[in-house]
Design a binder for this molecule. Structure first.
Ligand code: AP5
Length: 207
């Protein structure tokens, strides 16, 4: 199965993708995670990507598709994947369609996790993660266990998340119309406990 998790920053795409990995037996491909890893490596490409992430702007399509394609070609994604944060533009959606078609595959479902704007800033500014495991927490809704050292993402400030949300509305939300025409979009309410949202996604996917 090839599945897109779609939604604004802080919708819970990454959190739910990690839960679906085991259930569906396919990997999560997060372009945000791939870009942060590249930035951490200190490469020239990483420095360029970081300059967009720091502002809450989208990285250029050409660089994004290059980073994504290299990950899609890895062996563990040969039977499908969960796309988290990709595609975010029509050009990326068209590129994904072409890459999957070469493999005899297509996007089977787009799950939109719907969360109101009023919820987003609190979720993002409270997010922390464990750099050793990649596990994502929230200081209130999903606190890290005692003794686990957590860090905050550089772009998780109130100012940058406001830009990320504006970027989502202007450039990414329109991508949904592309998939609506294909009849593959399902919408789930992203407000509720982590388990409740997982159950809604499973019901929407019929798994
Ligand atoms: P990216 O890393 O993709 O960030 P994002 O889309 O803004 O999404 P987030 O990771 O912030 O949120 P999420 O939906 O995964 O939420 P999470 O599960 O962590 O992208 C970062 C940057 O990279 C972009 O700004 C751009 O510059 C660049 N980029 C990436 N992809 C790109 C692309 N395709 N094209 C161009 N540029 C690209 O949850 C958030 C918090 O809420 C956590 O603390 C979690 O514990 C908590 N939470 C989750 N679910 C619930 C719940 N049900 N109730 C309460 N709290 C919850």
């Amino acid at each position: 199965m090839d599945l897109i998790l779609f939604g604004p920053p802080g919708a819970g795409k990454g959190t739910q993708a990690k839960r679906l990995v085991e259930l569906l037996g396919i990997p999560q491909i997060s372009t945000g995670d791939l870009m942060r890893a590249e930035a951490k490596s200190g490469s020239e490409l990483g420095r360029e990507l970081q300059s967009y992430m720091s502002k809450g702007a989208l990285a250029p399509d050409s660089l994004t598709i290059q980073v994504f394609k290299a990950r899609l070609e890895q062996d563990d994604a040969k039977n499908g994947a969960i796309f988290d944060g990709f595609p975010r533009t029509i050009a990326q959606a068209e590129a994904l369609e072409g890459l999957l078609a070469e493999l005899g595959r297509k996007v089977d479902k787009v799950v939109v996790i719907e969360v109101p704007d009023s919820e987003i800033v609190g979720r993002i500014t409270g997010r922390r993660s464990d750099p050793a495991t990649g596990q994502v927490y929230h200081i209130t809704y999903n606190p890290p266990p005692p003794g686990v050292e957590v860090v905050q993402r550089k772009d998780d400030t109130e100012e940058v998340v406001t830009n990320r949300l504006a970027t989502y509305k202007a450039q990414t939300e329109p991508v949904l119309a592309y998939y609506d025409k294909k009849g593959v979009v399902v919408r789930v309410d992203g407000v509720g406990s982590l388990d409740e949202v997982t159950e809604r996604i499973k019901a929407a996917l019929g798994v």
